[in-house]
Design a protein around this ligand. Structure first.
Ligand SMILES: [Zn+2]
Ligand SMILES: [Zn+2]
Length: 136
């Protein structure tokens, strides 16, 4: 079974379809993912490299390969800085940031990985007060 999941960056320049089903969905709490996401963790979906069809803006994407890292990369829209899908350095996997997707990926997070590196404020954030919009 295959399902097409559409995604786009914040500015709309980069758009693509990814064919599911996704193989893995991890929330990575490593300190590198905290840097690249600007948040507590990166939500990443994995499939084989050939599951993406670019609709627009592929040339506006850039993949940064962290020197001295075995496999860590960060790919983003060069206009708005949003994380976008990329092919892993070894060419085997397509890595899709879950927040990039506009549709339901039909899979929920399977694991929190590198939890030992979690942000010192992560746990507290889980029980912070909720507001529908800005606090009043
Ligand atoms: Zn963009
Ligand atoms: Zn990570």
């Amino acid at each position: 079974m295959s399902n097409k999941v559409n995604g786009s960056c914040l500015c709309g320049e980069v758009t693509c379809d990814v064919s599911g089903p996704f193989d893995r969905f991890y929330q990575c709490h490593c300190d590198r993912c905290q840097k690249k996401s600007g948040s507590a963790f990166a939500s990443l979906l994995f499939t084989s490299y050939d599951k993406i069809v670019w609709l627009s803006g592929e040339k506006s994407t850039k993949r940064f390969d962290l020197p001295n890292a075995e496999r860590f990369s960060n790919a983003f829209c060069t206009h708005c800085g949003s994380q976008v899908p990329y092919i892993s350095r070894d060419g085997k996997f397509l890595v899709t940031p879950a927040g990039f997707l506009n549709d339901d990926p039909q899979i929920v997070p399977q694991a929190n990985i590198f939890i030992g590196e979690k942000a010192c404020w992560y746990e507290a954030g889980q029980s912070a007060t909720n507001f529908e919009r800005y606090p009043t």
